[in-house]
Design a protein around this ligand. Structure first.
Ligand code: PMP
Length: 379
């Protein structure tokens, strides 16, 4: 066997070693090694995951139906409980599109959709900063791909021009809110480009935007008014929706094709019906959470303004990076903030480019203006 231990020791020496943190959650506070801190590293963007009122109401509803705690099978075998199709219909209705399909996680979605749809006659053009799960999906698909400079649509257009005549179809792949920088793709511009060139398929991952943005919480595509023009609109339930799993909004034919060709869907046990029922319970109520979205926007703006000029662009979302540079400096700053009661985490290469190690603040609707003012003082 290889000397894995010495590789781990190298990671420790360069400040790249990762550990599973032992933490206990108390709403928007988090406890680590006996110290209670303000949680500034949560993906529970609307603060719904700790809402006992919602949990109790859901359990009351659940008593009527008693959805099982396991699906015991892939949906293609015996696991296709009606609650899956009910949630898919609700999604399709709310997004006002033909169809939706559920997956076990965003990771499953991003590693499954591209390999199913892209073949040898396809070229994939992806934003330089797309999430690791999308990169893995691209690599698994085995088709030629190019990365365009982050949110640089002139560069993208150069690539579109170059490849348009050379392949049967082109995929443009982006996130809407970028997970590590918190900046936002111009989806309308991408739709425009998609319509200018032949056979372009637009794939957008809204993992960090669903629930948080848009009048009804349907994401940046809703905010920018282009839901109808995005071929594959992916989102996840594990963040603002306080659940687990993912979806794609698409046309009926694409849904059918994925059911036939998407390996993570076909060969994995489906999520527990109980979980899907909880997701539906939350998703149904999404339009009601506007006050939470407004509060989150207010605190996010406050922190983003305070961090303006600290290494990155001013964030336009609730994900706010504080770029420090070197790994060790980033870890020291994180430890200092944790000692002061702010639970934040360092994000280092390979998750982000070398030399851009950062503290990634991700705010929730529970964080108050006073909390942010105290954080700004400590920074
Ligand atoms: N897409 C993006 C942009 C993400 O940030 C993440 C996870 N952080 C995922 C997909 C994966 O989603 P999941 O956690 O549901 O696997």
């Amino acid at each position: 066997m290889k000397d894995y231990n010495s590789i781990l020791n190298q990671l420790k020496a360069t400040g790249s070693y990762r550990q599973l943190p032992a933490v206990t959650h108390h709403g928007y506070r988090i406890e680590k090694e006996g110290q209670t801190m303000l949680n500034l590293s949560s993906n529970d963007y609307l603060g719904l995951a700790s809402r006992s009122d919602l949990q109790k109401a859901f359990l009351e509803e659940w008593k009527e139906q008693e959805y099982p705690f396991s699906s015991s099978s892939s949906r293609l075998l015996t696991g296709n409980f009606t609650v899956y199709t009910e949630l898919e219909q609700l999604l399709a209705e709310r997004f006002n599109r033909e169809a939706a399909l559920l997956f076990n996680s965003g990771y499953h979605a991003n590693t499954g959709i591209l390999p199913a749809l892209a073949d040898k006659q396809t070229v994939i053009l992806a934003d330089k900063l797309v999430h690791a799960s999308i990169i893995d999906g691209i690599l698994l698909s085995g088709v030629p791909f190019q990365r365009y400079r982050h949110n640089d649509y002139n560069h993208l257009e150069t690539l579109l021009k170059r490849f348009a005549g050379e392949c049967e179809q082109l995929f443009i792949v982006t996130e809407s809110i970028f997970s590590m920088d918190g900046d936002i793709a111009d989806l309308r511009r991408l739709v425009e480009l998609k319509k200018t060139y032949p056979n372009v398929v637009l794939y957008v991952d809204e993992a960090h935007a669903i629930g948080v943005r848009g009048k009804n919480g349907l994401g940046i595509a809703e905010e920018q008014g282009c839901i109808a023009d995005i071929d594959l609109l992916v989102g996840t339930f594990g963040k603002a929706l306080a659940s687990m799993g993912a979806y794609v909004i698409c046309d009926r034919t694409i849904r059918e094709y994925l059911v036939n060709y998407m390996r993570p869907l076909i060969f994995s046990t489906a999520l527990p019906p109980f979980q899907i029922a909880w997701t539906r319970f939350i998703f149904e109520r999404l339009p009601d959470f506007t006050p939470l979205r407004e509060r989150l926007a207010q605190t996010s703006h406050l922190l983003a303004e305070a961090l303006e000029g600290k290494g990155g662009e001013i964030s336009e979302s609730h994900i706010i990076p504080y770029i420090i540079g070197e790994n060790t400096d980033c870890i020291l700053k994180t430890e200092e903030l944790q000692r002061k009661g702010f639970y934040c985490l360092p994000v280092r290469p390979p998750t982000v480019p070398k030399g851009t190690s950062r503290i990634r603040f991700s705010l929730t609707a529970d964080v108050t203006v006073t909390d942010i003012q105290q954080l700004i003082q400590s920074l």
